[in-house]
Design a protein around this ligand. Structure first.
Ligand code: NI
Length: 180
């Protein structure tokens, strides 16, 4: 396995729409190796999610591991060709970070619930129903596949902070931040 280089804000790969994965490619050894490298890169960072464009590969897949939540344990997931639907009207706000926007956090607005149809790492069709933090991670990562960073999901651009100022002035009163 290998740690991959993460593209930073300003790199063209982060603002283009990624291409669908050919499902017949998923079982191939080189594709499986790439998934393993993405997982290792996410864990090394450390982060709770990593999308392929962030490691300079413009394909529609991401890995995520949002960890335990109030709703229960959400384990590692490999998500290929996601299609999102939003079953409820509720939204949540949370402070997000991004491995491609190092050192910065911003208060974003996301759908509280999401249903994800996708392929898993074995190429099988899967559906995940998520809410709260894991749902926000899915939306953050899917945005990467569409060329969007979390800054585009901030209703109020005054709610952006460097890590140090976030920790000093904002963290106590807010939900845990994510680093995707
Ligand atoms: Ni990100």
């Amino acid at each position: 396995m290998a740690i991959l280089k993460v593209a930073r804000m300003g790199h063209p790969v982060l603002v283009r729409k990624a291409d669908p994965v050919d499902p017949s490619h998923v079982p191939r050894p080189e594709f499986q190796r790439f998934i393993n490298d993405m997982i290792e890169t996410m864990r090394d960072a450390p982060g709770v999610g990593l999308a392929a464009p962030q490691v300079h590969v413009p394909l529609r897949l991401f890995v995520m591991d949002p960890g335990p939540t109030e709703a229960g344990r959400e384990g590692l997931a490999v998500v290929v060709n996601p299609e999102l639907t939003f079953p409820g009207p509720e939204k949540i706000r949370l402070w997000e970070g991004c491995l491609s926007v190092p050192g910065i956090r911003g208060l974003t607005e996301r759908w509280a619930e999401v249903e994800v149809r996708c392929l898993d790492r074995d190429g099988r069709e899967r559906t995940h129903s998520l809410e709260g933090f894991p749902a926000a991670v899915v939306q953050h990562e899917t945005d990467h596949l569409d060329g969007l960073l979390f800054l585009s999901r901030m209703p109020d651009l005054t709610e952006v902070a460097f890590e140090e100022e976030y920790a000093r002035y904002r963290a106590e009163n807010d939900s845990p931040p994510s680093e995707d």
